[in-house]
Design a protein around this ligand. Structure first.
Ligand SMILES: Nc1ncnc2c1ncn2[C@@H]1O[C@H](COP(=O)(O)OP(=O)(O)OP(=O)(O)O)[C@@H](O)[C@H]1O
Ligand SMILES: [Mg+2]
Length: 246
């Protein structure tokens, strides 16, 4: 596993309040990483910084095999580098079918391969089937997205992100509003997606986190409070004090 993204000494202030404080973080490729921490710890802001939505006041972020800096890149440049992000609220095209949604995501290539698109038509159909299979949507490909359950919409959005083949996928609170069965399926989906890429999952549901069976980072006040196995992190007295024991 080689390092895909490395953040070091990153800080961000909002009106004098340090939301991210000298944060350092590394993720490998492939790797699945869970991020936990109390409300306001800076978890979403951390994702905003990686995707270029929020510019850090200081620090460095290096990316990929050539250790290029993400700072100074626009949000769309960062997306083209292969960083995909799922927001909490699903943003699928409600009036289109699941298949159409996935097809649109496939037709939105991030690389310089648009000219090869004509070759992808048959392959495209196969890719849609494969992604639908991966995201539990194989039986609802012809359904209009607006009719899906909340959980299925979340999966469709994950599918649309996977269609873009990101090297790093950021997922903020995917289990919120899901039934226990949907949560379990979502865990599986993320574990599978992380076999071939880096996936960062922010989640408050500790049972969900435990099922991911991955390295865990606990953020607090914009810094890493603890990092390691789930047992290591959840037995840390500081983590219990600020988060688990509330
Ligand atoms: N654009 C902004 N302007 C001002 N303050 C902000 C902005 N974005 C975040 N903050 C503040 O930065 C801190 C970190 O917020 P963030 O949303 O990253 O926390 P979080 O860990 O994602 O919390 P939660 O678990 O509730 O989602 C909070 O105090 C928040 O109010
Ligand atoms: Mg958040």
């Amino acid at each position: 596993m080689s390092t895909l993204l490395e953040m070091s000494g990153v800080s961000v202030s909002f009106d004098g309040f340090k939301a991210i404080n000298n944060l350092s973080f590394q993720i490998g490729e492939p790797e699945l990483r869970a991020i936990i921490g109390p409300n306001g710890a800076g978890k979403t802001t951390f994702m905003d910084i990686i995707t270029g939505k929020t510019k850090p006041d200081e620090g460095r972020i290096s990316w990929g095999d050539k250790n290029i800096s993400l700072l100074g890149m626009s949000e769309s440049q960062i997306a083209r580098e292969g960083i995909g992000r799922k927001f909490q609220k699903p943003t699928v095209f409600e009036a289109q079918t699941v298949r159409e949604n996935l097809a649109m995501a496939l037709k939105n290539p991030r690389g310089p391969f648009d000219v090869l698109l004509y070759k992808k038509t048959r392959q495209g159909a196969e890719r849609i089937e494969a992604i639908a299979e991966q995201t539990g949507l194989a039986d609802v490909l012809t359904r209009v997205a607006g009719e899906l359950s909340h959980g299925q919409k979340q999966w469709l959005e994950i599918g649309m992100l996977l269609a873009q083949e990101p090297r790093l996928l950021l997922v903020d609170e995917p289990a919120a509003g899901m039934t226990p069965a949907e949560r379990e399926k979502t865990t599986e989906m993320l574990v599978n997606a992380a076999k071939t890429r880096a996936v960062v999952v922010v989640e408050h549901d500790m049972e969900f986190i435990r099922r991911l069976k991955c390295r865990v980072t606990c953020l607090c006040e914009g810094s890493v409070l603890a990092e390691g196995s789930i047992d290591h992190v959840t037995s840390n007295p500081n983590v219990i004090d600020v988060y688990l024991g509330r």
